[in-house]
Design a protein around this ligand. Structure first.
Ligand code: GTP
Ligand code: MG
Length: 295
């Protein structure tokens, strides 16, 4: 049996979490069209008869601007050091720039088996792939390039096999029923954050943290979940809540529906919005909100 940890690394918004979800076959990480969606390292486990791949989804590489993003970048760097192989995810649709080549070479230099997932092929012209593959090779990127569309499920089997082939001969790391290392409580908070990323513009979603205060399963099987949406400014709070609470009601309702899917039960969700000025630059609040690269 082959098994091991695979870091999934790439620029912000490249499509890493979408690829991990489709390979694992379950939603283990939230996805949005905005960069910096993933903030933590999240494991997704794929177990087959002959191999077990433990994907470690990471925060996307992004220019650092505050203590939170600095912590996120550190998480990604630490992850690359502790794995058996690397899947470098490249958004094929975005073209190949010098910094893409530099990043690919940087991770190739880790000395681990590495392949490039060239994703989003469903929204790009067919002739671009061979041209880009040549460009990468000519620039000294010798890692194999696997075209894939995570969204449309194209060529997913091929990349799965190639990833499995990079792993060492080892026993499975996790029991076969394990899909993620994250709790239902963590996922509930992430689903709330995903709906906020999808609904609000600009800085608002990036300045939001979700704190779950109550996560209880009642005897009749229903769940009671109460959480705070923490934002950075009073005017953000007003926008989050909306006219007569309409905006908040809408996002909370979308989040609740996804939580019910996740938990397979009815959820009673209560949401409050709070302001903590500049929490993304406060070491104390980052820790309090659960952002810690050393876990
Ligand atoms: N067309 C197309 N869109 C995709 C594909 N994969 C991902 N996307 C979209 O790309 C956007 C970013 O996807 P994510 O999976 O959140 O990207 P990420 O790399 O995890 O982003 P961060 O966590 O912010 O670093 C979302 O809008 C996805 O729906 C794909 O194969 N095809
Ligand atoms: Mg992500």
């Amino acid at each position: 049996m082959r098994s091991g940890y695979v870091a999934v690394i790439g620029k912000a918004n490249a499509g890493k979490s979408t690829l991990v979800n489709v390979l694992v076959g379950e939603k283990v990480a939230i996805v949005s069209p905005k960069p910096q969606t993933t903030r933590d390292r999240i494991m997704g486990v794929l177990t087959r008869e002959n191999y077990q791949i433990v994907f470690v989804d990471t925060p996307g590489i992004y220019r650092q601007r505050n203590a939170l993003t600095a912590l996120m970048m550190k998480t990604t760097e630490l992850t690359a050091e502790g794995v058996d192989a690397i899947v470098y995810v490249h958004d094929g649709h975005a073209g190949i720039k010098d910094d893409d080549i530099a990043l690919m070479k940087k991770y190739m230099a880790c000395g681990l088996p590495m392949l490039i997932a060239y994703t989003k092929i469903d929204i790009m012209p067919k002739e671009q792939l061979p041209a880009d593959a040549k460009k990468l090779f000519d620039a000294g990127v010798t890692a194999d390039v696997y075209p894939v569309s995570a969204r449309k499920g194209m060529r997913v089997k091929q990349i799965e096999q190639a990833i499995a082939d990079m792993l060492p001969e080892e026993d499975a790391i996790f029991p076969e029923n394990v899909i993620s290392d994250r709790s239902e409580k963590f996922m509930a908070a992430e689903l709330m954050r995903e709906k906020i990323l999808l609904k609000y513009e600009k800085e608002i979603p990036h300045g939001v943290a979700i704190i779950v205060n109550t996560f209880e399963r009642h005897e009749n099987g229903t769940y009671e979940i109460s959480l705070d949406i923490v934002c950075e400014k009073k005017n953000h709070k007003a926008i989050l809540i909306g006219k007569q609470g309409a905006a908040l009601k809408e996002v909370a309702s979308f989040a609740r529906q996804d939580m019910e899917k996740l938990l397979g039960a009815k959820v009673y969700l209560t949401v409050f919005v709070k302001v903590r000025e500049e929490w993304r630059d406060s070491a104390r609040l980052l820790k309090e909100f659960g952002y810690d690269s050393e876990e």
